[in-house]
Design a protein around this ligand. Structure first.
Ligand code: FE2
Ligand code: FE2
Ligand code: FE2
Length: 407
């Protein structure tokens, strides 16, 4: 599989932005503003792009919608460093993005504190610029949706200027004030223009094809972000991927095909990043409105994954994990002939792993009961009987694959 690393970066950025729920452009706006300030500072195009990327990914340590709300509503708060460290840890482990990790680590550190931290001077400045435009976006966020942003621009500039030297480096602040004088700076942040800006930024990038190893690391990075959303779903994606791999082997898959199947499983729930925490953690049965929100997630996974060239097939395997052979699943209502064996395996692995884990409304289900339930689903023609047979033959191995160390 030949996958362009840039498309992976954009996919991670789209996924991370989903955590904004109704406003899914925070990372992209921060990237745009950082690139504009870098241009104003006379930094070269490579550095402008570096700042753009750092903006896109700076909040990859935030998976919870509750935490995202804090980030957008407060200028400073205790515990801000938590998501910086998390993001740092995630990016550091993924070679193609490891150079962004230190910038992410310090994107909530005050300028006056950075000097004492023996941080590389250019990292300190890049991190501080992200900090600055990140806070600008937090201040501006109430006005994007109601078209009143231009009325508040002066207040935002004033508020940010109060933190010269303490929070923000004076020359970075001046560059921001200069860059943000024309209306165009603010108008381009409208959701209608953001995709255009991103496209322009990407136009002259070199294509760099990732190896299978990098692809797997990319999928793991996504899985770690998704699984960090709630303690109820900790390791869900990792467990689904392990079980998928095991069931795939039993079905005779091997080599790159098996890797690809595992990668799809790792990423099947990317779209869940947009589901509010309150819903995932609700102990009550979902209302029709809540169920409607929940049903968006596998479609969102599909939309993010299918835009990566080379992922067309894999995107479908991942996105069909709530489809049923009887045509009554969602979001496509696909019937059996349109649901591949790969997708059927991921579906069974997803059901198995979820049932084996604690949920707010029930205890972890013992394995024999999981099998009973899968048999019922088979009788309703929801899941593939041959895969359920495999599960029945290897119950304990399935349990260990689904639960990992927790088993
Ligand atoms: Fe942010
Ligand atoms: Fe799902
Ligand atoms: Fe899932």
């Amino acid at each position: 599989m030949r996958i362009d690393i840039r498309q992976m970066v954009l996919a991670i950025s789209n996924a991370v932005d989903l955590v904004g729920v109704a406003d899914v452009f925070h990372g992209r706006r921060v990237g745009m503003m950082a690139a504009e300030c870098a241009r104003m500072l006379g930094w070269d195009t490579t550095t402008q792009r570096l700042l753009f990327d750092a903006g896109l990914l700076h909040d990859c340590g935030v998976s919870s919608t509750r935490e995202h709300r804090t980030i957008i509503n407060e200028l400073e708060w205790t515990g801000a460093n938590l998501h910086c460290e998390k993001g740092y840890g995630l990016l550091r482990d993924f070679a193609p993005l490891a150079h962004l990790a230190p910038i992410v680590r310090y994107h909530h550190t005050r300028w006056e504190d950075l000097a004492g931290l023996s941080v590389d001077p250019s990292v300190a400045r890049h991190a501080n610029l992200i900090h600055l435009v990140d806070r600008v976006d937090a201040l501006a966020s109430p006005y994007y949706q109601n078209e009143t942003l231009l009325l508040h621009v002066d207040d935002i500039r004033d508020l940010i200027s109060h933190h010269r030297k303490q929070l923000f480096a004076p020359d970075l602040l001046d560059a921001f004030l200069a860059a943000a004088t024309p209306e165009a700076f603010w108008l381009q942040l409208d959701p209608a223009y953001i995709p255009q800006y991103v496209e322009d930024m990407e136009r002259f990038r070199e294509v760099r094809v990732g190896s299978m190893q990098e692809l797997k690391q990319f999928a793991l990075l996504i899985a770690r972000i998704v699984d960090a959303k709630s303690h109820f779903t900790a390791e869900h994606s990792l467990g689904v991927a392990r079980l998928t791999r095991f069931l795939g082997q039993q079905a005779g898959f091997g080599g790159d095909h098996l890797e690809k199947l595992e990668i799809a499983a790792l990423m099947h729930d990317i779209g869940k990043l947009q589901v509010p925490d309150e819903l995932l953690e609700s102990p009550a049965a979902y209302s029709p409105a809540e169920r409607a929100v929940m049903k968006k997630h596998s479609f969102a996974s599909y939309q993010i994954l299918r835009r990566i060239d080379g992922f067309e097939e894999l995107a479908l395997w991942a996105a069909q994990h709530h489809e049923s052979l009887n045509g009554k699943g969602y979001p496509f209502h696909n019937e059996a002939e349109k649901i591949s064996l790969e997708a059927r395996i991921i579906k069974v692995a997803d059901v198995f792993q979820a049932l084996a884990q604690r949920r707010p409304y029930r205890a972890p289900m013992p394995v024999p009961q999981i099998l009973d339930l899968l048999r019922k689903m088979q009788a309703e023609n929801e899941v593939d009987g041959t895969i359920v047979d495999t599960v029945a033959r290897h119950l304990d191995e399935c349990r260990k694959a689904a639960l990992g160390d927790a088993a």
